[in-house]
Design a protein around this ligand. Structure first.
Ligand code: UDX
Length: 434
């Protein structure tokens, strides 16, 4: 049977995960119906307008427009599609636990008619799949967590390290059907039970966050003892048991997943009576790491009252306009709390920043942000920051001081450009050496 003769794939929730999933399945030759409750979003997607900043996505959607259908109509989706990929968001609730109200409202719409396979892409607490299966026994349920990174989501979808598929014994046929969809992509298939699959997602994000908080603490100790954390990370990463990834120190991790998932796992453990001590430290280290820059500035400038501090990069990482849990949010508020005047620049997150950073002047160019500043903090490592005319910037600043929050720039070149340079965990680097 050719792919065109198969029933279309249904995608419920056309946010970032849903849109990438829909577009990539269409690229693989499948007919896809994607449904969202927000009418304006569906209308603009039908016109081919994509508001999400994700490399390659606009082209993918345009190239596959004949196989991609957007609708608000759940009945249409349920009539035509059998495999339903649930991609609604599960944001933190006031308690910090995942808010499953959108998942529940999808469940309320789906008939328990034995015809559909529900594939859960949304991040849900372990145990959720079992509960849904009990509530909707006629539905086949497959957990298939997503591991896409913002900024490389299309690439990650097409070349996964692994695809995790969890299902109960009863739903093994549905699990194999989902596995067949992902098989052409070549990643290792991890076939497991539902709760383990759900746990793999949370544990992976919690582990990666732990690595970041770990290397951030090592960086802080390096500052005390005169070691260079980038050398330390390089030396550690060559041990195959450790590996080089996710050992970049900085001013804290952010984004829509890590902070939320670490906290959700901590709370989930707590709810079931287990005190997950390590994750408390991971969270606390991350919070403190965002603030350490303030003490660095104070050390150089004495008081921050009336000082003009420029933030370069506001998104939680490069190649996205996403500012959820970005270090820039905490940092700008702390700086303003110290009496500083904060100006900022980001290549794509400008509009988001204007709403999210009250009292911060968001400039149209990096040069404007730097002009007249007493210090600049590189918060997000956008590649274009490497090519700035740093000597010109130094000359335009009131005081050419830079705290490189991502160890991104060449310290010696910055010093030659006239800057006092300080990175994270690299006390001797960028200073005048004897
Ligand atoms: C993450 C997971 O990587 C992905 O598998 C999951 O599906 C969603 O969450 P994402 O949030 O897009 O993806 O960002 P990622 O590239 O993983 O970075 C997260 C944060 O960690 C960023 O703020 C980044 O700056 C920070 N980071 C990452 C570090 O501080 N140091 C590192 O070594 C790596």
């Amino acid at each position: 049977m050719s792919s065109n003769e198969r029933a279309p794939i249904g995608v419920i929730g056309v946010g970032w995960v849903g849109l990438v999933t829909a577009a990539c399945f269409a690229e693989l030759g499948h007919e896809v119906i994607a449904r969202d409750v927000v009418e304006e979003k569906v209308e603009s997607l039908r016109r081919g307008e994509v508001t999400i900043h994700e490399p390659g996505l606009v082209d993918l959607i345009a190239r596959n427009s004949d196989r991609l259908h957007f609708t608000t109509d759940m009945a249409e989706l349920l009539n035509r599609a059998r495999l339903l990929f649930v991609c609604v968001d599960t944001p933190p609730s006031y308690s910090g636990d995942a808010d499953l109200s959108r998942v529940r409202s999808v469940m309320a719409d789906i008939k328990d008619d034995g015809d559909h396979v529900l594939v859960m892409k949304s991040t849900v607490p372990p145990g959720t799949g079992e509960t849904i299966r009990r509530d909707l026994p006629g539905l086949a349920y497959v957990s298939c967590p997503e591991f896409l990174k913002e900024g490389s989501a299309v690439e990650d979808f097409m070349h996964p390290d692994r695809v995790v598929i969890g299902a109960s014994d009863r739903d093994q046929a549905a699990a194999r059907e989902v596995a067949d969809l992902y098989r052409p992509l070549g990643g290792e298939l991890v076939m497991t039970d539902t709760s383990s699959s759900e746990m793999i997602k949370l544990a992976s994000n919690a582990y990666l966050s732990t690595r970041i908080s770990f290397i951030n603490e090592i960086a802080n100790v390096c500052e005390e003892v005169g070691a260079d954390v980038t050398e330390v990370a390089r030396g550690m990463g060559l041990d195959q048991r450790i590996g080089p990834q996710f050992l970049r120190p900085g001013i804290g991790f952010g984004g829509s997943c890590f902070p939320k998932d670490v906290n959700a796992l901590k709370l989930l453990a707590g709810n079931s009576g287990y005190h997950f001590q390590l994750l408390n430290a991971v969270i606390e280290v991350n919070e403190l790491q965002k603030r350490r820059v303030v003490s660095k500035l104070v050390r150089h400038l004495d008081s921050l009252v009336g000082k003009r501090v420029a933030l370069l990069g506001l998104a939680f990482k490069p190649d996205t306009d996403d500012m959820r849990e970005a270090s820039s949010l905490v940092l700008s508020a702390r700086l303003r709390g110290e009496g500083a005047e904060v100006v900022a620049y980001d290549p794509v997150a400008r509009e988001n920043a204007r709403t999210l950073l009250p009292g911060v002047e968001v400039m149209v160019t990096a040069e404007q942000a730097l002009e007249g500043a007493d210090a600049v903090v590189l918060v997000t490592e956008w590649p274009e920051f490497r090519d700035l005319d740093w000597a010109g910037a130094a000359a335009s600043m009131r005081r050419p001081l830079i705290i490189d929050g991502r160890n991104f720039l060449d310290a010696d070149a910055m010093r030659q450009a006239g800057f006092t340079y300080e990175g994270i965990g690299r006390p001797g680097v960028g200073t005048e050496r004897e």
